[in-house]
Design a protein around this ligand. Structure first.
Ligand code: ACM
Length: 274
């Protein structure tokens, strides 16, 4: 199964030209599943909610449909981020998972980062996994990575591959993906963007360096830090199903959730001898 990571440099506020670039990137390689960055059509740093609303789209909009079809018409799956216009004027930082059999599902980012809290509602879909052609894909968006519970939940749901659409501004995730992959024995595909956005006196630089990490922590893909790129690597989903580290340890079966609730142990009481 061939996984493609598309790393792009979106122009803020120009979804049509960004779409054209992404269509070309998807068409440039053959893969079974494509992972694209977060908010890859309109750009990232919206000034305020009205501006985010202007660029937000319904999951069945013609633009999203044509990006989804760029993969599905060729018999492949795809996951990409977009600003979602939902019922009741709500906005979400979302990702569309589109599969060649026609299934489409939207994941809404669970953990919003920084000013995103001014723009979007916290995601309400929760984490999910969909299977196609023997690959179980779990969805996550950018800052979700810093909460280990996100990828752990996807592993517990049976994900082989975590499709992680990102617009990273912090420099840690690409290295942390090693830990996320080995602690869950899953493939992690972080599709990040490059470039800079200067908006409202703010300056954001995106860190590129998209990665595909295998369940044993080995690096299958490392994209450049400063330019758009598309890379493909072969994975074997079955490698993510075996959670045994050795004859004694299974990473999921050995969990002790009864000890994971963050409660304080009672203070030892003094023995008064009474
Ligand atoms: C991020 O969550 N886009 C940093």
């Amino acid at each position: 199964m061939r996984i493609a990571i598309v790393q792009s440099r979106p122009a803020f506020g120009d979804p049509d030209s960004n779409l054209e670039g992404l269509l070309g990137a998807v068409a440039s390689v053959n893969a079974d599943f494509y992972v694209l960055p977060e908010l890859c059509l309109a750009g990232y740093d919206f000034e305020d909610r009205p501006e985010a609303a202007r660029f937000a789209e319904r999951p069945d909009s013609p633009r999203l449909d044509s990006l989804a079809r760029a993969a599905t018409d060729r018999g492949a799956g795809i996951s990409f981020g977009f600003a979602e216009a939902a019922e009741g004027g709500r906005l979400f930082n979302s990702a569309l998972l589109s599969l060649p059999d026609g299934r489409r599902r939207v994941y809404r980012k669970t953990h919003l980062f920084a000013r995103e809290k001014l723009l979007f509602e916290p995601g309400d879909t929760g984490f999910f996994v969909e299977e196609f052609r023997g690959l179980r894909v779990g969805m996550a968006i950018c800052f979700d990575w810093i909460f280990p519970e996100s990828f752990r939940t996807l592993a517990l749901l049976g994900a082989d591959l975590i499709a992680h659409n990102a617009n990273l501004v912090l420099p840690w995730c690409q290295r942390a993906d090693f830990a996320r992959a080995v602690e869950n024995r899953v493939y992690v595909a972080t599709a990040n963007r490059v470039g800079r956005e200067e908006r409202g006196g703010r300056s954001l630089s995106f860190t590129g360096g998209s990665v595909l990490v295998a369940p044993d922590g080995s690096s299958l893909l490392e994209l450049p830090v400063d330019e758009p790129a598309v890379r493909v690597a072969e994975i074997d989903p079955l490698r993510a199903r075996d959670k045994r580290l050795n004859a004694w340890n299974d990473l999921l079966a050995d969990r002790r959730p009864e000890f994971y609730a963050a409660r304080r142990s009672p203070e030892p009481t003094e023995d008064t001898g009474a």
